[in-house]
Design a protein around this ligand. Structure first.
Ligand code: GLC
Length: 556
């Protein structure tokens, strides 16, 4: 299945390419969800050729790097997070030549490329897992996963009480080669995603080799899926109770955030450091607190970790200030930048989630982009896209929907943990087939009127969310004060208002103020006389009280 490229020379760097050391410390990284970004061949499914054609849009938007969710060979049981071959592209996305062309074109445009690596589990169609099934109990291939006999007299109970993140037990029983009921295997996600056993050296060797394969292709880094899950507590001990989903990210669990994961990232860091131009690793780590997250980004481990504590914070000045401080304070001792993220392919889009419509979403974005560190933007948030909350059941593809049922995890987050609503293909054009997504349809139905959010409609309209993002990203590049450093200087502000100063090495100082309260707020002493609004999230002219759900960048 593995394809090979004749030419694996290092990509050339474009004239605009940022050669700064530590480019990643304040980088704005744009997440492309390939199946929903742009469809190059008109089959209704986004692909690498489509994404490559749209790279100039991303360069123009002003982001520094692109992170692509998985495009590897996969049966798509979990939208590509079930990888059957880590060195091949799924035909629905293209082939290795398309990947190579995309990486080169991105570099030519001055964009870095981060790919998704899925090391916690493979697809059940992966060659190793298939051989493990065929060869039966005792096969060395079985030790690359977690196979165990069942409990109970006839082994018909799962080996322990762990629950799958997508609902139901985390174990599935398979027949022995002779057809009789046999062992069970562990899958923290869908049954089509068997967990690797990271105590097996062959697994470790394989992933070191996969890292090198993509580094040799020229990628600038990896987003590491379920980075907190690779090591399981010895003996796979029972949790002792049900309802485990609610505990994810709140405490160290026998299957999440085990200390043994760090040794793996230290070995990966040594590989990343062998390559020129600072290749990075970004952990998707669900941890109980910012201090545990910081362990993933110690100087000899990964470079960044997603800050889900920030993403999960309500629209409330005091709560935001607390999480910002906790995030910055925990990263400072390890010398890693904090990251900020509001939306991704697993959560309700922040325009909908924060509960305040487009005004609040725009204010949240200006707040995020004024904080020191690196920020992540999920495709479509720059268009102000809302979550699509009325997808028909028959259109849904998220395995969480099928395993958890239509009411999802009951989290009440607007979609109850169901994820198709943030994955609806992007509108590029005002009208036409799939609103410019491609020449054919769209794998998830787009709502009527989706074209009103399109790139074509918003481009050039100074009041549009797209132009707000363009302006904000341009200012972030122009003003060293934004993004740089590892702290903010808080200013006294009325209740409900968050205000802080950022000073750049160039001597320019900026204030970001945001009103999360229920009434317009007077800001005496916050915005200096003689200064001026560089950018506001809603067209406020800098005089009078700061309106509700509005943020301002103020140059002093
Ligand atoms: C990560 C991905 C998510 C996927 C899961 C299993 O959380 O972001 O989309 O379903 O891992 O790979």
């Amino acid at each position: 299945m593995t394809q090979h490229l004749a030419d694996r020379t290092q990509p050339t760097r474009g004239p605009g390419h940022d050669q700064r050391r530590d480019w990643w410390r304040d980088a704005v990284i744009y997440q492309v969800y390939p199946r929903s970004f742009a469809d190059g061949d008109g089959d209704g499914m986004g692909d690498l050729a489509g994404a490559r054609e749209r790279l100039p849009y991303l360069a123009d938007l002003g982001v520094d790097a692109v992170w692509l969710s998985p495009f590897y060979a996969s049966p798509q049981a979990d939208a590509g997070y079930d990888v059957a071959d880590y060195r091949a592209i799924d035909p629905m996305f293209g082939d290795l030549h398309d990947a190579d062309a995309l990486i080169r074109e991105a570099h030519r445009l001055g964009l870095r490329v981060i790919v998704d690596l899925v090391p916690n589990h493979s697809s059940d169609r992966h060659e190793w897992f298939q051989r493990a099934l065929r060869e039966g109990p005792g096969s060395p291939l079985r030790d690359r996963y977690h196979f165990r006999p069942g409990r109970g007299a006839s082994g018909d109970l799962p080996p322990n009480d762990w629950e799958s993140i997508f609902g139901g037990p985390a174990w599935t029983r398979v027949p022995d080669p002779d057809g009789t009921p046999g062992e069970w295997y562990l899958h923290l996600f869908a049954p089509e995603q068997p967990d690797f056993n990271w105590d097996n050296e062959a697994v470790r060797d394989e992933f070191r080799s996969v890292l090198r394969f993509w580094l040799d292709m020229g990628v600038d880094g990896f987003r590491i899926d379920v980075a907190h899950g690779l090591i399981k507590a010895a003996g796979l001990p029972d949790m002792g109770h049900t309802g485990q989903l609610k505990l994810l990210g709140t405490q160290v669990l026998p299957f999440f955030d085990q200390d043994g994961v760090h040794e793996i990232y230290r070995s990966w860091r040594r590989i990343l450091d062998e390559y020129p131009n600072q290749r990075i690793g970004v952990a998707e780590a669900w941890t109980p607190n910012a201090g545990r997250t910081a362990l993933y980004v110690r100087p000899d481990e990964l470079h960044q970790a997603f800050n889900f504590h920030y993403l999960n914070t309500a629209w409330d000045a005091a709560a935001l200030r607390e999480v910002i401080d906790a995030s910055l304070d925990s990263m400072r001792p390890v010398g890693a930048p904090t990251t900020w993220v509001l939306s991704n392919h697993d959560v309700v889009r922040h325009r909908t989630r924060l509960g305040g419509g487009i005004a609040r979403a725009r204010a949240a974005t200006l707040l995020m982009l004024a904080l020191p560190g690196s920020a992540y933007v999920y495709q479509g948030e720059e268009l102000g896209l809302p979550e699509v909350t009325d997808l028909p059941d028959e259109a849904r593809q998220d395995p969480a929907f099928f395993r958890r049922g239509p009411h999802g995890d009951g989290s009440g987050d607007g979609q109850d943990g169901l994820r198709d609503g943030c994955r609806v293909p992007i509108p590029w054009a005002a009208d036409g087939t799939s609103y410019g997504f491609g020449a054919g349809g769209s794998w998830l139905p787009q709502p009527d009127g989706w074209g009103a959010h399109s790139v074509a409609v918003q481009t050039g309209d100074p009041a549009s969310t797209l132009e707000l993002y363009r302006s904000a990203l341009a200012l972030r590049r122009a003003h060293a004060a934004l993004g740089a450093g590892d702290g903010v200087e808080w200013l006294d502000a009325p209740a409900g208002v968050l205000a802080f100063r950022r000073r750049g090495a160039d001597g320019v100082s900026l204030v970001c103020a945001v009103n999360t309260g229920a009434a317009p707020a007077e800001l005496p002493g916050v915005l200096t006389a003689g200064g001026h609004a560089l950018l506001t999230s809603d067209g406020w002219d800098g005089t009078g009280p700061l309106p509700v759900d509005t943020a301002v960048w103020w140059q002093e």
